[in-house]
Ligand binder design. Sequence first.
Ligand SMILES: [Zn+2]
Length: 264
Amino acid sequence: MTARATSDLSRIVETRALDAEAIAALNHQIHGQLLATSPNLGTANFTTIGSADLRCLFDQYDRLFFDGAIGANLDGAALNFRVSKRMTSAGGKTVRFVTRGRPDHTRYEISVSATLLFQCFNGDDHRPIFVSGVSCSNRLEALQRIVEHELVHVIEGMLWERSNCSATRFQSIASRFFGHRGNTHALITPREHAAVRFGIQPGVRVRFVLDGVRRVGFVNRVTRQASVLVVDARGSRFSDGQRYTTYYVPVEQLETIETDQPER
Ligand SMILES: [Zn+2]
């Protein structure tokens, strides 16, 4: 990275402020461009997404919002993109990797949660979806808001090494460039979905059939699936003194049991 590229980025980031109309127009352009060129997406409520789509979004944001100054600060492969199926509470994440004594080896990785995106906009959302304080009406809009947020993390990392999305500087950048009004996503997590749609949350008694065997237990945790503890003499001992085996069961396959109802 050159000092010139850094000063260009720093000048743009510290001085530029876009109005709502300009932001909407650029977002619309990026939205259309990605749908037109991506081999994966097809529609705004896409059902597949690859890391190439994230790179394509990044390239367009960099070009249209930052005059290419972010890319000019990178040395080739120093920014990676990942679509994560394992992230079940955060919509996106940016990690900055540094090598001691080798600032030219710094690299960044932006991950986006496919699990959260695919959890939302299925036509059965029980509430409106906001990402970064902006109302989103489809998956691509939510994805754009997530990528914008992570971009600000990358920019802060490049210019100031540290990045904090609950701090004023971050929020000023996110608001001036992208119109963000908040620093958290409110996608529906699998946990919230399970609780609202199916009444499945920690502590709830449930029954389920697995491999043809009916079992009764209680929900311990909900991530992508629910982990259910079933009393089992051969299981591991837990803090209540009982032995349990843990089963991982898709939430849809659990049936809640009213506690005052006899078990069948
Ligand atoms: Zn953040």
